[in-house]
Design a protein around this ligand. Structure first.
Ligand SMILES: Cc1cc2nc3c(=O)[nH]c(=O)nc-3n(C[C@H](O)[C@H](O)[C@H](O)COP(=O)(O)O)c2cc1C
Length: 177
């Protein structure tokens, strides 16, 4: 199975990145091919709601957002990782996910697959459950028809290296693909 992994933090080698790497390690050890993208390195124009993609045509922007969203559509698995920024995923990640709009409305590009979600934050574990549960449903279940593999919520950060159990949990989730 081909999996696309999105690293939604602008901070390389930070908490989200390390946890994501463990998840990827687990998935790879299960024989999957994983392509990782650092969202912050991509050139992604925000959706401008022009409606062209709703007429069965490609998105007007032929940037990295075009490439990566189509790569997601062709893959069978997706890993979304993000720190919580003011109670939500990072802006960069949201801009990319918005660019999935045309694909989710195009019957010629049927979406299905598995998704694992990873959230990191300073708050206590469970503090962002309402946001996380909503995100799970939409866009991933409702719009993309994805099956949720698992959701990892890592709070009380600091430095993830002080929570080695969470690194193990991330690895185990990767193995569920
Ligand atoms: C702009 C910004 C907003 C943040 N907002 C929140 C927040 O609302 N709640 C929270 O618990 N942590 C918040 N944080 C902290 C990060 O979620 C936390 O440090 C996370 O572990 C960072 O992940 P990283 O190490 O992968 O960058 C914020 C950090 C930044 C830079």
């Amino acid at each position: 199975m081909d999996i696309v992994a999105l690293m939604g933090s602008p901070r390389k080698h930070g908490n989200t990145d390390q946890l994501l790497n463990e998840m990827i390690k687990g998935a790879k050890e299960n024989g999957h091919n994983v392509v990782k993208h650092y969202i912050g390195d991509l050139d992604v124009h925000p959706c401008r709601a022009c409606g062209v993609c709703m007429m069965g045509k490609d998105c007007v922007f032929k940037d990295d957002g075009f490439e990566v969203t189509h790569q997601i559509a062709e893959s069978e698995g997706l890993i979304i990782s993000t720190p919580i920024y003011f109670c939500q995923m990072t802006g960069n990640l949201k801009v990319l996910l918005d660019r999935m709009y045309g694909i989710t409305h195009n019957p010629l590009i049927p979406l299905s697959g598995k998704v694992a979600l990873l959230f990191t934050h300073l708050g206590p574990e469970g503090y962002y459950d309402s946001y996380i549960n909503l995100t799970k449903v939409q866009p991933f279940q409702m719009n993309m028809h994805y099956e949720i593999v698992d959701v990892l919520d890592v709070g009380n950060l600091g430095d993830v290296n002080f929570q080695p159990n969470k690194l193990i949990e991330a690895y185990e989730i990767g193995k569920k693909f």
